[in-house]
Design a binder for this molecule. Sequence first.
Ligand code: G4P
Ligand code: NA
Ligand code: NA
Length: 194
Amino acid sequence: MELLKKKMIEEGAVLSNHVLKVDSFLNHGVDPVLMDAVGKEFAKRFKDQAITKVLTIESSGIAPGLMAALTLGVPMVFARKRRSLTQSEDLVTAKVYSFTKQEENTISVSGKYIHGGDNILIIDDFLANGQAALGLVELAEKAGANIAGIGIVIEKSFQDGGRLLREKGFRVESLAEIESLEDGIISFKQSKAE
Ligand code: G4P
Ligand code: NA
Ligand code: NA
């Protein structure tokens, strides 16, 4: 997705060989025009899948997830990383290990908002080691839903998540794929849609 790649080049900061900071438009500040385009691109790629719901995870998955849901004409639900005061009934949970933070967290969603008969599109901002996406897969499956696919804004192809998810048979659509961040340069993998 050219608009996204342009933003990454213009505003992204390569913090190390592994981490790209994109706080100006995705992880802190959010660019509504870009998110609108991101949502439309996800909707285009999954339009024939009869999606009934978008599932994402707080916080940075919410903006792209919401815009995809809006275009697809379906509701969005986000998994929580912390239990909320009012969230109590029918909780479905999964454990997610973060390699970055070296800690395990429990994520959750209410079974009221995802259930059997749902055909889920999972959306997230970054795909690194894939642990967050696998946690969302577990939540959806525990809730009895089907997973139609996984949409990622930025995939780091040099980490294991994409391979892991595709090997499990999931359709993963990433709008920008980073092959390398070495020497402070973002090298993109040429994707099939371009
Ligand atoms: P994993 O799910 O793929 O295994 O990822 P990991 O635990 O390594 O990632 C932890 C957090 O760091 C996640 O956000 C993830 O989106 C983010 N992240 C991973 N790699 C990058 C990167 O290169 N650049 C940026 N900007 N973020 C990255 P989070 O802590 O859940 O935060 P948020 O959703 O509240 O923003
Ligand atoms: Na993030
Ligand atoms: Na995320």
